[in-house]
Each structure stands twice: as structure tokens, then as C-alpha cells.
Design a protein around this ligand. Structure first.
Ligand SMILES: [Zn+2]
Length: 93
């Protein structure tokens, strides 16, 4: 049948501040998303952020990254990986 409004509750009308497009994680759709990539409008769960797999292009310029939680978290992780030679960017030698 055509029941597209499935799962909609009346309570959701009250919370207008909640972003309507905030769905599940890109890699784990069943999990609630914690952060959002402004550049690609993708969502990620906490684990993806912790694993630093949330940023699509950590080495690419992103105009949102100054306000991006993913970038803030990932920045340190990328530095650490480079220092340990574990980053793909350092594998070109
Ligand atoms: Zn995830």
C-alpha cells in the first residue's frame, strides 16, 4: 500500500527546531546520527566520528570545517596518523 506517512507522530509538529532531514548515519543507517557534514550533507554516528571515518575528504579544503565538529575531531586524529606514518598521504614515498 501507499502509506508513506508511516512513523509520523503528532508530537513532532511541536519540535520545529529539530532538523527534519537529520536521519541515520551514513554507514550505520540504523543508528541515530550525531553530526552532520555541511559540505556533503551527510550524517554520521558517534562511532564514525570517533574512528575518524566521518569526514569524506579530511585532506580537502572545506569551507565549513571551521564550524564542523567532524573536522575539529578529525584534525587531531589526522595529525596523529601522519606522525605515526599511518596515513595514506604519507604512503607515497
Ligand atoms: Zn556510523
Amino acid at each position: 500500500m501507499k502509506s508513506k506517512a508511516q512513523g509520523m507522530t503528532e508530537e513532532k509538529r511541536q519540535s520545529q527546531e529539530a532538523p527534519a532531514e537529520f536521519t541515520g548515519c551514513r554507514f550505520h543507517p540504523h543508528r541515530p546520527a550525531m553530526v552532520r557534514c555541511n559540505k556533503y550533507e551527510l550524517h554520521y554516528c558517534q562511532e564514525c566520528v570517533d574512528n575518524c571515518s566521518a569526514c569524506t575528504d579530511p585532506n580537502l579544503y572545506c569551507q565549513h570545517r571551521n564550524q564542523c565538529f567532524i573536522w575539529e575531531k578529525c584534525r587531531r586524529e589526522m595529525k596523529r596518523r601522519r606522525r605515526e606514518g599511518d596515513c595514506s598521504a604519507a604512503a607515497s614515498q
